[in-house]
Design a protein around this ligand. Structure first.
Ligand SMILES: Cc1ncc(C[n+]2csc(CCOP(=O)(O)OP(=O)(O)O)c2C)c(N)n1
Length: 561
């Protein structure tokens, strides 16, 4: 057989390169050999090799996040494919373009008791923007055209708004280990051009009228990567007397008048007080928020209208008050609106309460002994300028939300599906393409779970990892019912005997440790000044952390005079 039957596969990297893909993560295998030959021969393509598919896919997600570009993934057939699934689900809910090539056997060999074979067509089902199957061979021109078109369409689909992952299943017949054709077939490239959606003039006028009608407006930003234009716009809005802007640290928006600690803010209010903080109009932008107290507040104190910009899925009615969906990017649409000025004391009310919380917070942390909270206090004090801070689920991200957002830091967390299974790999992928210092803050379980994130040759010296080792999942002590969980607590928190030091050293990283309040600041300074990739393990007491968390909120809740 002539080797032209693989022309379609040979063309894949060239089509990807035309669509702007520059990086491909390859997990090893045999069935994917032709894909490996093709990608490694493409000059524009940087090929990275990562063995563990779960980690490889999260690593790709980290690159896609940092570089705002599509990243390709290649794996062999069988369970290798399924190991991509967690990161694909995360990419789906974070709207990140991963182009996932899964090598397969031809249809006649599926479910025929052959090795390393399972049903791969549309295997990611609910968590993929689209799935494509390439022809087994491309001997005739129409098959080759079809194969080229499928690849173009797949990449285009991943990149079109809202972005997301796509699967390209690539069935191949033996022989697998054979050279790709020499011929260059000039594959046709089909591309969708970038477009901008703006509501019609009529719709904008209607929005403007509503805007003018309401005296109490609240804008809530969800998870959003740093965006200077959006940050400026949020601060502009926050300066209006009738507008209050609420942003968790993951919104990457900060400013004097922005409420960046909603969990503390809404915890501090009594039920009677909450009534006077009720907005008439709620505007929500971007992905989800973590803050439970904000959700409870808004579900109780329902606004008259809610406008939603840019949700990852349509019809997300988190606060049960959704009335209007606005297509297009918030920056573009809000820019078009003149926003009338109004006399109002709505914003002022929030600012006063925010000052009260700030004082209570400072007083509390000033006296606390070594604990997760104090480690986070020091981290946010000492982290180098322009750090990218990656946060694991669950208390790592929650503790940091109790502190004011540092405007120079970029905050990230896998909140698409909130897994603990890929945070380290995501941070490692992100840091690999980042020129800034990257810090990953994690609990012990999340670190151990994804310690394979260190099993690759791309861990640079710009990554520093802090493990808050409180011997298990501390979060369950915060949220659970102590009495109810008493007999089965270990099944939630899962205490363990894993030694993190040898684990870190096995991967060749520096290791440091701290278990005393007195040495925390000095150790952390030293940690941030090391030039090598380093893990700092901070030992804390889970009972004390739990007490700390509860006392913190009791302190925040002190009745207002
Ligand atoms: C893949 C996955 N499995 C289980 C969970 C449920 N879960 C959420 S947080 C958590 C414990 C995390 O423990 P650790 O990493 O030590 O952090 P801590 O709770 O101490 O902050 C678990 C098991 C999850 N989010 N993702």
């Amino acid at each position: 057989m002539s080797n032209h039957f693989r022309q379609g596969i040979k063309n894949i990297p060239e089509i990807c390169a035309h669509h702007g893909i520059r990086k491909v993560i390859i997990a090893p295998g045999s069935r994917n050999a032709p894909l490996i030959f093709a990608f490694t021969a493409q000059p524009e393509m940087e090929c990275l090799s990562i063995t563990d598919e779960r980690s490889a896919a999260y690593f790709a997600l980290g690159i896609a996040l940092q570089a705002s570009e599509a990243v390709a993934l290649v794996c062999t057939s069988g369970t290798a494919v399924l190991n991509f699934a967690p990161a694909i689900a995360e990419a789906y809910y974070q709207n990140l373009p991963l182009i996932v090539f899964t090598a397969d056997r031809p249809a006649e060999m599926i479910d025929q008791a052959d090795g390393q074979t399972l049903r791969q067509t549309n295997i990611f089902g609910n968590y993929i923007k689209a799935s494509f199957d390439l022809p087994v061979e491309t001997i005739i021109d129409s098959d080759l055209d079809f194969s080229n078109r499928q690849v173009s369409q797949a990449v285009d689909t991943a990149l079109s708004y809202p972005q997301g992952p796509v699967q390209i299943n690539v069935p191949m017949r033996e022989p697998i280990y054979t050279a790709l054709p020499e011929t260059h077939s000039n594959p046709k490239i089909i591309k969708t051009i970038a477009a901008q959606t703006i509501p019609t003039k009529e719709s904008l006028d209607k929005l403007q009228k509503s805007w003018n009608k309401f005296e109490k407006k609240m804008v809530v930003f969800g998870v959003y990567p740093k965006n200077e234009k959006l940050n400026k716009l949020a601060n502009q809005l926050a300066n209006e007397p009738d507008v209050v802007v609420i942003c968790e640290n993951l919104s990457n928006i900060a400013g004097d008048k922005i409420i960046t600690r909603p969990e503390s803010f809404f915890s501090s209010l009594s039920n009677e007080e909450k009534i006077s903080f009720k907005p008439d109009l709620l505007i929500t932008i971007g992905h989800s928020v973590i803050c439970k107290q904000l959700k409870l507040f808004l579900r109780e104190q329902k606004p008259l209208e809610q406008w939603q910009f840019e949700s990852s899925l349509p019809y997300i009615d988190t606060y049960k008050s959704l009335t209007t969906i606005i297509p297009g990017l918030a920056v573009d649409v809000l820019d078009e609106m003149p926003f009338g000025k109004a006399e109002s004391s709505f914003s002022e009310k929030f600012q006063v309460q925010n000052q009260i919380i700030a004082k209570r917070h400072e007083a509390f942390v000033a006296n606390a002994p070594i604990s997760d909270m104090i480690a986070v206090t020091k981290l946010l004090e000492l982290a180098p300028e322009n750090t990218t801070l990656h946060l694991a689920n669950s208390t790592s991200v929650r503790w940091t939300q109790l502190f004011p957002t540092r405007s120079d830091i970029s905050y990230f967390c896998n909140r698409g599906t909130s897994g603990i299974d890929g945070s380290l790999s995501t941070a490692a992928g992100f840091a690999y393409v980042s020129k800034k210092p990257n810090v990953f803050l994690t609990g012990d379980l999340s670190f151990i779970y994804d310690s394979n994130g260190l099993w690759n040759n791309y861990i640079g010296n710009n990554i520093k990892i802090i493990v808050l080792n409180n011997n298990g999942g501390n979060i369950f002590r915060f949220i659970g019912d102590k009495q109810l969980m008493e007999k089965s607590l270990d099944f939630f928190t899962t205490p363990h005997k894993v030694k993190i030091k040898p684990l870190v050293e096995a991967y060749g990283l520096n290791y440091m440790a701290c278990d005393k309040t007195e040495s925390l600041e000095r150790t952390m300074k030293e940690f941030f000044s090391t030039e090598k990739a380093t893990v700092l393990e901070i030992f804390t007491d889970s009972d004390l952390n739990t007490e700390n968390y509860k006392e913190y909120f009791e302190n925040i809740r002190t009745p207002n005079p």
